[in-house]
Write a protein that binds this ligand. Structure first.
Ligand SMILES: [Cu+2]
Length: 76
């Protein structure tokens, strides 16, 4: 996505998840993703304002080794 894009994160799972940028547990790669934070199951979408150019990865802070709850966003 371009720098400054507002990305909407939607939790379509039946349980809550805690959005956090890599690496775990420092979460230093992308503060905007950390700001998304805790998403309730089926919760309203939450935007993250991605202003830093980077290839950032994210995970569920409560399940940091669960690869099905990880992803990446390229900001350029
Ligand atoms: Cu974490």
């Amino acid at each position: 996505v371009p720098v400054g894009t507002r990305v909407t994160f939607v939790n379509n799972d039946s349980r809550p998840h805690d959005m956090a940028s890599n690496p775990h547990p420092e979460h230093t790669d992308c503060p905007a993703i950390n700001d998304v934070g805790f998403l309730q199951a089926g919760s309203d979408p939450t935007d993250g304002n991605l202003v830093d150019g980077a290839d950032v990865r994210f995970h569920d802070h409560n399940e940091p080794t669960n690869t099905t709850l990880q992803g990446s966003i390229v900001i350029q």
